[in-house]
Design a protein around this ligand. Structure first.
Ligand code: ATP
Ligand code: MG
Length: 678
């Protein structure tokens, strides 16, 4: 019987697999079997081409994708196990670092990991006193800028940093480079540039590498950057046995310097390259493919591809507009439970989101409902942010005046003019902090008054629900104002910090009692620390960002938080290119689904109404007609009178009524047709 693993290959796939020597590019949409062609071609090279497996190098971008490919190859029974083990599979970083190890003597201790890099750049930013952003944001953005600068081998002169003025950026960059030289370190970007320099500077090494890897295969080629490609070009000479597969519509790493023009111009660089396109989709049901195509068609910078569905079954895409995030999380959990009752298992399901910030409150609901999950990414825990720690310190301090750590943390947030000296003195007196300050702190009258106010506020907090308490700290105690002043003083933007406060406040609404909330925070910390990624055969729902989802597939995909500002992300809305990359991200997420796709846009976030992502409308443009209703049609409702249809979904349509000037979601059955208004 034909199974998924041995399903017959189509003619174009066979052509690609049988390609033996010289450059070749396979260019095709998602689910068309590009990755399968790579693994099958490796087998073919060994079995039919009699290529020594040690000479085959297979590269991709993420560890997860490399593992996935290796596992698929491991299942191929046509190749002897001993030979299988000799093929090299890896990411660009792992393979390039291996060369640096062999030829330059680098070892793991020389690597400056991402956490260390963050701290080094933090120190530089502080020492040079640059930037007018939130420090954490600034550092993250600087890391991206530095990466882009490095990976842009030939256009460094034209590089315009996103974060700082060019001259300031250069100062940070120089300090950073000097630090690494002084400490004998290299970071992940250096692994690529140093490898390129190595191969250019040492012909003997280059010769050796060329002999070692005579056949190079690259998956997800649309995400290759300048340095990676230049290095690969060097390695592939003179045989040019370079076999690449990719899809420009899935290029989602331009923020890290990936250059999709490389795949589009492959033929200019290798005019003799064979070009093969695959147009059958073996992964997803028809509705998913149609909607995804509908979406990606809106991008201007792309090459049109044909994608023919082959999967027979077809189910509706489910779209939900829960009234807030709490309900969004709840309905997702209920949907998962429903899937389980239909015979799916947890590991068939992936929940995909734009940013890690979104996962936090979902994780809460999953833990509550005992739905097992695992994540490839670090799940962002809002409670670990320093701003959350301030709020938590207020909540703890309110119930325990002996909690010196908490109270000292917030005593001057907002400022109450309590000096370090006064606090030191208070600590010598074995009483609660407020009393100790009053007795031992040698306070001036205005300081005394501030302390009395604080004590009054702390006492009030005890009688509030968690959410009320957080609002009280933010507004009545003036914590938000304090943050605004802090930002103004440091000349930094404060949106990110206020967003964190909003996220925290929203997270608190599930725990009415403050002590319950505090216990929950502790539990979250320990649960999340055990959730680092191990891909096991275990029954677990997988949580991942759109960026990590590339190349993977699941029976069921749930996309969460499909609202404007989240996807497209508010930081990536400025240019057409930004929006197009966000659209590709959404496209990648959708096309991971084999059987079921569920998209959710919560109508309220941080107590404010949201707009569903523009991509939802684009997907549904085909779907405008429902029964005999169309968008733009005038209808009449028994209660609200006449209005115009603005949006139509399954059973609901949104109507803007003339009388109430407000869009109302209505049950389709309750409306009467009228004329079509143009
Ligand atoms: P992406 O662009 O998302 O990485 P892809 O083009 O790499 O997708 P694959 O992951 O290789 O696609 O294949 C998608 C699915 O289709 C896999 O489950 C694969 O086993 C299956 N498949 C590939 N070719 C065939 C075929 N000829 N017949 C049946 N199934 C196939
Ligand atoms: Mg693939």
């Amino acid at each position: 019987m034909e199974t998924e693993e041995n399903a017959l290959l189509n003619d174009q796939q066979i052509e690609a697999i049988k390609h033996l020597n010289g450059p070749c590019m396979v260019y095709a949409g998602p689910g068309s079997g590009k990755t399968r062609v790579i693994t099958e071609r490796v087998s073919y090279l060994i079995n039919v081409g009699h290529v020594n497996p040690r000479e085959i190098l297979v590269i991709t971008f993420t560890k997860a994708a490399a593992e996935e490919m290796k596992n698929r190859f491991a299942k191929d029974e046509s190749v002897e196990d001993s030979k299988k083990r000799q093929v090299t599979f890896g990411t660009f970083h792992s393979i390039f670092f291996r060369m640096l190890k062999s030829y330059c003597g680098y070892n793991l201790e020389n690597i400056l990991n991402e956490g260390e890099k963050f701290n080094v750049i933090k120190n530089i930013v502080r020492t040079l006193d640059v930037g007018n952003h939130d420090e954490e944001e600034l550092i993250k953005d600087l890391i991206l800028d530095i990466g882009k600068w490095k990976n842009n081998l030939f256009n460094r002169g034209e590089f315009i940093p996103k974060t700082l003025e060019s001259s300031e950026f250069k100062r940070v960059l120089d300090s950073y480079e000097n630090f690494k030289v002084d400490h004998g370190k290299i970071d992940f970007d250096d692994m690529l540039t140093k490898c390129y320099d190595l191969l250019r500077a040492r012909p003997g090494v280059l010769e050796h590498v060329r002999n070692q890897y005579q056949y190079i295969l690259i998956d997800e080629f649309q995400d290759i950057n300048g340095v990676q490609f230049e290095t690969i070009k060097l390695m592939a000479e003179p045989l040019q046995n370079l076999f690449v597969v990719g899809d420009d519509d899935q290029s989602i790493y331009s923020f890290r310097g990936a250059n999709p023009q490389i795949i589009l111009n492959f033929h200019d660089i290798y005019p003799k390259a064979q070009k093969i396109t695959l147009n059958m989709n073996y992964r997803s049901q028809e509705n998913i493919i149609k909607s995804a195509n509908q979406l990606i068609k809106q991008n201007k910078c792309r090459v049109e591809k044909q994608i023919i569905p082959t999967v027979k079954a077809n189910s509706e895409i489910q779209y939900s507009e829960p009234k807030n995030r709490e309900e969004e999380n709840r309905t997702i959990c209920q949907f998962i439970e429903l899937l389980m009752s239909e015979g799916y298992s947890y590991k068939d399901i992936a929940i995909i989101y734009r940013t890690n910030l979104l996962a936090g409150s979902l994780v809460d609901s999953l833990l509550d409902r005992n739905i097992p999950f695992v994540s490839r990414d670090h799940i962002y825990n809002v409670f670990e942010h320093w701003i959350a720690k301030d709020i938590i310190a207020y909540l703890k301090g309110a119930f325990n005046y002996y909690d010196y750590d908490s109270l000292m943390r917030i005593i001057n947030r907002p400022t109450r003019y309590i000096t370090k000296n006064a606090m030191r003195k208070a600590q010598t007196y074995h009483k609660d902090f407020i009393t100790a300050l009053k007795v031992k702190g040698e306070l001036m009258p205005y300081q005394n008054k501030n302390i009395a106010d604080l004590s009054y506020h702390l006492n009030n907090i005890k009688y509030l629900t968690t959410k009320e308490a957080i609002k009280y700290i933010r507004k009545d105690i003036g914590y938000d104002r304090h943050i605004e002043n802090y930002c103004a003083e440091k000349r930094i933007r404060c949106e990110g910090l206020i967003e964190t406060l909003n996220e925290l406040e929203e997270a608190s609404s599930r725990h009415e009692k403050i002590d319950g909330f505090l216990t929950h925070i502790k539990d979250m910390k320990s649960s999340l620390s055990q959730k680092s990624f191990h891909r096991t055969e275990e029954e677990q729902v997988e949580l991942l960002t759109m960026h990590s989802a590339k190349g993977l597939e699941y029976k069921v995909v749930i996309i969460l938080g499909a609202i404007e500002g989240v996807i497209p992300h508010h930081k990536s809305m400025d240019t057409l290119e930004d929006i197009e990359e966000e659209r590709r991200l959404f496209y990648v997420a959708m096309t991971r689904a084999k059987e079921r796709l569920y998209i959710s846009s919560s109508l309220i976030r941080y107590e404010k109404p949201t707009e569903p992502s523009r991509f939802i409308n684009e997907i549904r443009q085909n779907d405008n007609k429902k029964g005999s209703f169309v968008i733009g049609q005038e209808v009449e409702h028994k209660t609200f009178g006449k209005g115009l249809i603005e949006q139509i979904s399954e059973k609901i349509m949104k109507v803007r009524f003339y009388r109430i000037k407000q869009v109302k979601p209505l049950d389709i059955d309750t409306c009467i047709h009228h004329k079509i208004v143009k």
